[in-house]
Design a protein. Structure first.
Length: 336
């Protein structure tokens, strides 16, 4: 394991002002998004949409890495350059989603575990040869009454740690993503309690599996009330509770935290990150972003109208807003 290389890549991915574009929607998910805006969900249209984003001028100012899906890492830009190579040419790290999705957790109704350890080493070796330098694995934890069960938290934490270790042995920086979903009626306090449990267990398993923490990134949810709860907390409270949760549960050796947007509006995702980076306390890790929808939603709408340039401008605008949020310099006035 080349720890120096892992450390350098992890730190580059959370360099000041930069974050990650999550463009790793599965073919099914991406097709649904295209259909929702009236576009035929073909492989070529999935390629065209993504290539348009990846051709945006100067997006490397705000984007350090792009998480790709298996289909996309094998495709080419319009000029025939392999997509990963086109990113490398612009100083952007190509990344790859390596889990194979979730399945029902046997004996635990309504809970999920993530698959993908079978053949993971071989896939990682192939992706490394294709230019990938980091990976992502998403665990999904839902809050509902007594859920999540200890078994579900434990199983997902073990899988995340084993995945991370395998990736590091192949020279790839693993992004550990234990997402506590915002779906439901739960309070922000309950979200805090569950997220704390999940993070503590995940890093305990990382220790057991000898995961090299200076060479990983964490992709967590923020602490938010369930989306069906009428009592939503303020943006300031989201930021404060999130930082509290991380401070109590994330080892200081981890170089960076790249938040998922997880269904938040574009503006909320940016505002929350901005408040955290404006706080008067020095955090031991970089606080950054690994957004999918919060960087792409408006870009996709414009692309569907047949306006590739407007689509790129929308993407660049969201990237610029989050670039500013990395420094705590975003302001609502900038949105207009």
């Amino acid at each position: 394991m080349d720890t120096n290389s892992l450390e350098k890549i992890a730190n580059d991915l959370v360099a000041p002002g930069k974050g990650i574009l999550a463009a790793d929607e599965s073919n099914g998910t991406m097709s649904k998004r295209l259909e929702a805006v009236g576009i035929d969900p073909s492989e070529e249209n999935r390629r065209k949409y993504r290539v348009n984003l990846f051709s945006s001028e100067n997006y490397e100012k705000a984007i350090s890495g792009v998480i790709l899906y298996d289909e996309t890492i094998r495709q080419k830009m319009d000029d025939g350059t392999d997509i990963p190579q086109a990113m490398i040419n612009r100083g952007i790290y190509p990344g790859i989603k390596v889990d194979t999705g979730t399945i029902d957790f046997e004996g635990h109704e309504g809970e999920k575990v993530t698959e993908g350890l079978d053949g993971l080493k071989e896939r990682c070796q192939e992706y490394f040869e294709m230019g990938a330098r980091f990976t992502k694995w998403r665990a999904v934890i839902s809050i509902d009454g007594e859920k999540p069960s200890d078994s579900c938290v434990s199983e997902n934490a073990q899988l995340l740690a084993k995945y991370a270790r395998i990736c590091q042995e192949c020279g790839l920086v693993p992004i550990i993503e234990p997402e506590v979903l915002m779906d439901g009626l739960h309070s922000a306090e309950r979200c805090l309690e569950v997220t704390s449990r999940v993070l503590a267990k995940t890093f305990s398993e990382c220790e057991i599996n000898d995961v090299y923490l200076p060479g990983v990134l964490l992709k967590p949810n923020m602490i938010i009330s369930g989306n069906m709860n009428d009592e939503q907390i303020t943006r300031k409270q989201v930021a404060e509770m999130t930082v509290r949760c991380l401070s109590e549960n994330v080892p200081t050796e981890v170089p960076g935290i790249v938040f998922l947007s997880g269904g938040q509006s574009d503006e909320d995702a940016t505002a929350h990150l901005n408040i955290m980076n404006k706080m008067n306390k020095k955090h031991p890790w970089e606080l950054s972003y690994s957004y999918g929808r919060a960087l792409q939603a408006s870009a996709l709408k414009e692309w569907a109208k047949g306006s590739p340039e407007s689509s790129q401008l929308e993407f660049l605008k969201r990237a610029e807003m989050n670039h500013k949020a990395r420094y705590g310099e975003w302001d609502i006035k900038l949105e207009n």
